[in-house]
Design a protein around this ligand. Structure first.
Ligand code: EPZ
Length: 417
């Protein structure tokens, strides 16, 4: 359990380097066992989800170590294809070891993954992709057993561009005989990074970033070096914090094209946004106005992960902003906690309406999930007085050295473990 202490009302000023992407490194860690390979990853954030993935890799028989932001994995010997339930339930991305182990071992035993409580999060699309490649899938109680004497290239049609199902299908298809084409694939930048890693590892894969991805075989390499792309959602978090608190910050090491929808909304809320090749600057006087309806959708539409962040930034914006959540069926849990700061929010089904209030008062709140917890921090930074965010470990799953970095930008914040 951690408590984040904030004394709000401070402007954020200065520059900071944005960490590597959690949602890019997690599928790549699973991908590192598809073939017997040595892997060196750079720009890996120090996060509890990364630590858990490295534990799963060691559980499977790999060498898997992190020193700072460098990770080394040696997956040349795998001793089991079973992942214990207590490792699966810690995060959503543990499910990606299904496709990776099916590719490597031809069989995998695991249970349903954990992850943020954002409504129902089934894995039916993952399982149907495995079956399309020729796997038999059996559910025995909470255990899922996936096996395939041999995987055959297939046409996989995703009815919804599920990020995880796309990634799992790619990993399993690496070992399939013949060509696999995934239609209706998710287009997130993290999938492009997975493709780049797999190409270096010897996979014949193309199309990531589009709706159609083709995988046709694998010439295993023995060593892969790869740098993880920057985290576009963490970058979005810093922008929303500076927009709400007022300030002038520059984020470095980012590809601002990957979170342009958020920049559009912050610009129309009254912020000055100055994007450059590997950085983006935001200037705000902290007095924002409401924006047009924010509708979440699959990339490149507005990202669901930024919905709580932008909402927190607009709690004092003059006027009303509506948010429509189309990706998860229950991703407004943070609104109840935001109301404790004095925010005026009404939720009806998939729509949340936010009426800007003149000021927010410091409060004691609980982090509901990873991005909901980040939204609490944004609200606390822009509220008057002291706030405390009680966090059962959500925020550190996705944000590296977050209190230190916010302090370096002028925030009065510290995390008490
Ligand atoms: C990934 O989750 C991200 N997590 C999430 O980020 C992100 O919110 C999400 O993609 C959407 O962009 C990681 O990459 C580790 P989905 P994932 O499969 O793969 C339904 C964060 O804060 N669905 O695209 O689980 C599902 O219920 C996290 O970093 C099925 O119905 O997302 C949801 O409504 C939160 N059946 C929708 O699709 C399936 O088999 C999107 O899920 C799979 C998904």
């Amino acid at each position: 359990m951690a408590i984040w202490h904030i004394n709000g009302g401070r402007r954020l000023e200065g520059a900071c380097f944005v960490q590597g992407s959690k949602n890019a490194v997690l599928p790549i860690l699973a991908a590192s066992i598809v073939c017997p390979t040595e892997t060196n990853l750079l720009n890996v954030p120090q996060l509890s989800d990364v630590a858990m993935s490295l534990r799963i890799l060691r559980q499977l028989g790999c060498t898997a170590e992190q020193q700072g932001n460098d990770v080394y994995i040696d997956s040349r010997s795998i001793v089991t294809n079973i992942i214990p339930h207590e490792m699966m339930e810690c995060m959503r991305s543990s499910v990606l070891f299904m496709g990776a182990l099916l590719a490597r071992c031809g069989e995998v035993r695991l249970s349903a993954p954990g992850g943020c409580k954002l409504g129902s999060r089934p894995i039916d699309l993952h399982i149907s992709a495995m079956k399309a490649l020729g796997a038999e899938v059996e559910e025995q109680g909470s255990e899922i057993i996936c096996k395939a004497a041999s995987l055959k290239g297939a046409r996989i049609e995703l009815p919804f561009p599920s990020v995880g199902a796309t990634e799992n299908a790619i990993l399993a298809a690496c070992a399939a005989e013949g060509e696999t084409v995934i239609y209706g694939a998710a287009r997130e930048p993290e999938i492009v990074d997975l493709q780049e890693y797999l190409r270096k590892a010897g996979a014949y894969i193309s199309g990531a970033g589009t709706s159609n991805i083709t995988i046709s075989g694998f010439d295993a390499e023995r060593y892969v070096g790869h740098r993880i792309v920057p985290d576009r959602i963490v970058a979005s978090t810093y922008l929303c914090a500076a927009a709400a608190s007022g300030g002038d910050i520059e984020l470095r090491g980012v590809d601002s094209r990957q979170f342009s929808r958020l920049q559009h909304f912050l610009n129309s809320a009254g912020c000055d946004i100055i994007p450059a090749k590997r950085s983006v600057r935001l200037i705000s006087d902290g007095r924002l106005n409401a924006v047009d309806t924010v509708v979440t959708g699959p990339y490149p539409e507005f990202p669901t992960d930024a919905q709580p962040l932008l909402m927190a930034a607009l709690l004092k914006a003059s006027g009303r902003t509506d948010f429509v959540e189309n990706i998860f069926d229950s991703r407004f849990g943070h609104t109840r906690e935001l109301s404790r700061f004095g925010a005026d929010i009404n939720v009806e089904g998939r729509q949340a309406s936010v009426w800007g209030v003149r000021s927010l008062q410091g409060a004691t709140v609980s982090a509901t999930d990873l991005r909901g917890g980040a939204a609490m921090l944004i609200a606390g930074l822009s509220a008057d007085g002291e706030s405390r965010i009680i966090d059962s470990g959500h925020i550190t799953r996705g944000y590296e050295n977050f209190d230190y970095k916010l302090r370096s930008l002028g925030a009065d914040i510290f995390m008490e473990m």
